[in-house]
Unconditional design. Structure first.
Length: 681
């Protein structure tokens, strides 16, 4: 088993009790997604003869009653659910959902459809916390992360499966039922999934009866109110919140009118399922491929661009009345949403402080619920009020309904929110966006020449090794120097602090455990003083003569340790160090990334004042390094320092080769006007 605690997939599924729970979760998730399609399709078919507005209101009503219980009763259900036997709670909830879903097509009335849907969602609120509390009790602690990944994969991965199943069932139903009953078969199958889930969980005897104690859960509105106090604390968090809310508002608009829009395009339930599934297939592609295709583009820029791209795609969906094209564009819309979703959540995990990260996630989840509820309530009403219209354009009749108008409004909202997020989060101001994107696509990042961010690209090269304690910087810096010297380069190895006589005295003060009264600001200034002397007396002279300088730590260490570790303003620290170094930045920064517990575990005992800091400090430092690397991916190489030493060295050498100059001094070719003779020593 690896030290990260991540087990192989089959290792998790080999646990019999978790495998059974996972089967039940898969069936329940499939039933949840299938129910959205079947219920909205049934609401539409019941109101087919009542006009465009009635259909819009009916479909919107189903979505509202599905969202309403989570907003109103979600915290209450989560607080109460753990007081009951978890296994029986899940079994009873699944049996009730089976009975309610079975009753909907049997009764066949719109009012009962709304009532039953509301009751189903109320029951689901008790099933979810029981399931979430059960997983940690069925798998070992070191396999919990993998088990949670399986749960999330099942929850969202079953959406396209449900869409495909719904389309197939719709085609089968067309052969055996009239139009008003085509959604019935899907609802019967939906009910059966919950019955099988109930039987599976009932046979699972390893689920503990209940939790140890009752925990009070704040209401959704209270979570939003408390979260708003810190949500706007930084431009990054403001941009993330606005972007994610805008994306969900646009997505809610699409969900709210999808069924009616597909019918306006002469598509049936099968086409509705195809459009629904296309969204999630696109999201999967976006989450997986987007960050990899643009891995050299700033994550902050990528987030804003993804939201703007979703808005542009929505405009095309609203204006092109062709079902095949709409399915294709919906896939593209999902891809943009997937890129934005994974990038936004990654940025929150990397750049929000530990003590705020949990509240930020809770705030976002609560805010998204309320936004979705409001959008789902307004969108059908707005589409119904606008109604169906036909425009005569150059002897061509163009149908422009309320659904088209809603999609255009949603597109404009997404684009406005995306632009706001982009401007709030842009960390490469002054760098042309088009050149930045083209460089990222080509794998050759665009690096401008400027005085503020002057790269060390004279005849010499500056390479900095960074990382937390125990990451292996010194070892890899030494191996890189040996490798470069073997290839004929003039190499200077150095370190911070302590590379000069003055630096050695400063190092003694900074790392001595007896320096207990040293303030964080004084510590920062001492590091800056050491760095100023280091650059002036060691680095700059070596660069001027064309050497390759390998330094063990540089400016980014101060930004990570004093900025994130000591919680000092990083922008102020950056200004001080820019002045101290004359704006000199490395051509390449190699970050050896390792969890703090792993790195500190490589020491027999803490050797100096910094190493003796608590683990929370070192974890903040690690996150600080990763934030810096995310902000400037073109300058960084991030290497997992838990790998074997030889693999780390290989990755470093592959990246260093890309920036190496000609090892033959330029003067040699000037003198001989030909290739220099090479003789054996």
């Amino acid at each position: 088993m690896s030290r990260t605690g991540v087990a192989e997939p089959r290792g998790v599924l080999s646990i019999r009790s978790f495998r059974r729970l996972w089967i039940a979760l898969s069936l329940s998730s499939l039933g949840d997604w299938l129910s959205i399609l079947a219920l909205t399709a049934l609401a539409s078919s019941i109101t087919t003869g009542s006009g465009y507005q009635a259909q819009s209101y009916a479909v919107g009503g189903v979505l509202i009653v599905k969202m309403l219980p989570a907003v109103i009763l979600g915290p209450l259900a989560g607080a109460v659910a753990d007081r009951f036997d978890r296994r029986m709670t899940m079994v009873i909830a699944d049996v009730l959902r089976f009975a309610l879903f079975l009753s909907i097509p049997l009764v066949g009335r719109l009012d009962w459809l709304f009532i039953a849907t509301f009751l189903i969602e109320c029951v689901t609120l008790f099933w979810i916390p029981a399931k979430e509390a059960t997983v940690p009790n069925l798998v070992p602690r070191d396999q919990l992360e993998r088990a949670n990944q399986f749960s999330l994969l099942t929850t969202y991965g079953s959406a396209p499966v449900a869409a495909a199943l719904f389309s197939v069932l719709a085609l089968v139903s067309r052969a055996f039922f009239d139009q008003s009953q085509q959604a019935d078969l899907a609802l019967y199958i939906n009910a059966v999934t919950f019955l099988i889930s109930a039987i599976t969980i009932f046979t699972l005897r390893d689920i503990p009866s209940r939790g140890a104690e009752h925990v009070s859960v704040p209401s959704v509105l209270k979570q939003i109110g408390e979260g708003w106090k810190f949500a706007g604390s930084t431009p990054l968090v403001r941009g993330l919140i606005v972007g994610i809310v805008g994306a969900f508002a646009a997505g809610g608009a699409v969900i709210g009118i999808a069924k009616v829009y597909v019918e306006a395009l002469k598509g049936g339930d099968a086409a509705y399922g195809a459009v629904f599934g296309a969204v999630f297939l696109g999201m999967a592609f976006g989450m997986f491929l987007g960050p990899r295709m643009l891995r050299d583009l700033s994550r902050r820029r990528l987030f804003g661009l993804a939201i703007i791209g979703a808005g542009l795609t929505l405009i095309l969906i609203a204006l092109i009345p062709n079902l095949v094209v709409v399915v294709f564009l919906t896939t593209l819309l999902g891809a943009c949403a997937g890129v934005g979703w994974v990038t936004g959540y990654t940025l929150i995990g990397l750049e929000v402080e530990d003590d705020l990260r949990g509240r930020t996630f809770a705030f976002l989840q609560s805010l998204v619920r309320v936004v979705l509820l409001l959008v789902l309530a307004v969108v059908p009403l707005l589409a119904g009020v606008i109604g169906a219209h036909r425009l005569e354009l150059a002897e061509v009749t163009y149908r422009f309904d309320g659904t088209n108008a809603v999609l255009l409004i949603a597109a404009v909202v997404a684009m406005i929110f995306g632009v706001f997020a982009y401007r709030q989060m842009d960390d490469r101001r002054g760098i042309p966006l088009v050149r930045d994107v083209i460089g990222a696509l080509r794998g050759v990042p665009y690096i401008p020449e400027s005085e503020e961010h002057r790269p060390a690209t004279g005849r010499g090269v500056l390479i900095a090794f960074e990382g937390g304690e125990g990451a292996g910087k010194t070892t890899q810096a030494r191996l890189a120097a040996i490798w470069l010297r073997d290839h004929g380069y003039d190499v200077v190895t150095t370190q911070e602090p302590g590379a000069t006589k003055i630096g050695m005295r400063l190092r003694a003060i900074l790392l001595d455990k007896e320096s207990t009264g040293l303030s964080s600001r004084a510590e920062t200034l001492l590091y800056a003083a050491d760095r100023a002397d280091h650059v002036a007396t060691v680095i700059e002279p070596a660069l001027r003569r064309g050497a390759i300088i390998i330094t063990d730590r540089y400016v980014d260490s101060t930004l990570a340790y004093q900025g994130y570790g000591r919680k000092l303003p990083a922008d102020e620290i950056a200004k001080i160090n820019t002045w101290a170094t004359g704006g000199l930045v490395p051509d390449l920064t190699i970050l050896l990334d390792v969890p703090s517990d792993v790195g500190l575990g490589r020491f027999a005992s803490p050797a100096d004042r910094i190493e003796s800091e608590p683990q929370e400090f070192h974890e903040r430092v690690r996150r600080g390094f990763r934030v810096l690397a995310e902000a400037e991916p073109q300058r960084y190489l991030v290497v997992d320092a838990r790998q074997p030493q030889a693999e780390i060295t290989r990755q470093i050498q592959d990246r260093v080769r890309e920036i190496l100059p000609d090892p033959i001094p330029q003067g040699t070719e000037d003198i001989t006007s030909t290739f220099p003779a090479i003789t054996d020593a």
